[in-house]
Structure formats: C-alpha cells, structure tokens
Design a protein around this ligand. Structure first.
Ligand code: ZN
Length: 95
C-alpha cells in the first residue's frame, strides 16, 4: 500500500467519511467522472496549488465531488461557511 493511500484512509477516519465542507456522507464509486454521484469522495487541496498550497497532508482534505467542483476560486473557509448556511452570520460578524 502506498503512503498516498494510507494518508487517504487516515483522512477518511478523521472526517468520519464526511465531506469537509457540507458534512455529507461520501461514497467511493470508482465510476468514470461523468457517472460519479455528487457525494463521490475526492481529494481537495485546501490552499489551491496555484496559490502556493503545498501537497502535504495538512493541506489535503476529503470533499464530496459537488463541493470540490463548486468551490471554484473561493477560499476554503469562505466556501465551508457558505455551504453550511452560516454565510450571513459570518458576514454579520464582519460588519
Ligand atoms: Zn460536500
């Protein structure tokens, strides 16, 4: 077993098999991308690699495919807040 896979199993245990953003229970279908369910487990880089995010364990979490695709250029904390419906409270705290 490669270290990559072991890390992924550890992440899965740490997150209880749930998406780091929306808390949905994830599945591993191993289907081709366009047939994967919205809650397919994917690896997510919290800091975009384009923004200098590293490929180390602290920067990687498991996210469902929907969140992974939807997050786009948003930073992970903003996205997580928004996905959990706490966005207005979050804004309320800022202003
Ligand atoms: Zn999600």
């Amino acid at each position: 077993m490669t270290r990559h896979i072991q890390n992924r199993i550890k992440l899965r245990e740490r997150q209880n098999g749930r998406c780091c953003y929306c808390d949905v229970e994830m599945v591993i279908s191993n289907k081709p991308l366009k047939f994967q369910p919205a809650n397919e487990e994917t690896l997510e880089h919290l800091e975009r690699r384009a923004e200098g995010g590293r490929n180390n364990r602290d920067n990687i979490a498991l996210a469902c495919r929907r969140c992974n695709a939807e997050r786009g250029a948003m930073d992970w904390l903003t996205y997580k807040t928004w996905r959990r419906g706490e966005f207005y409270e979050f804004l309320g705290g800022l202003f």
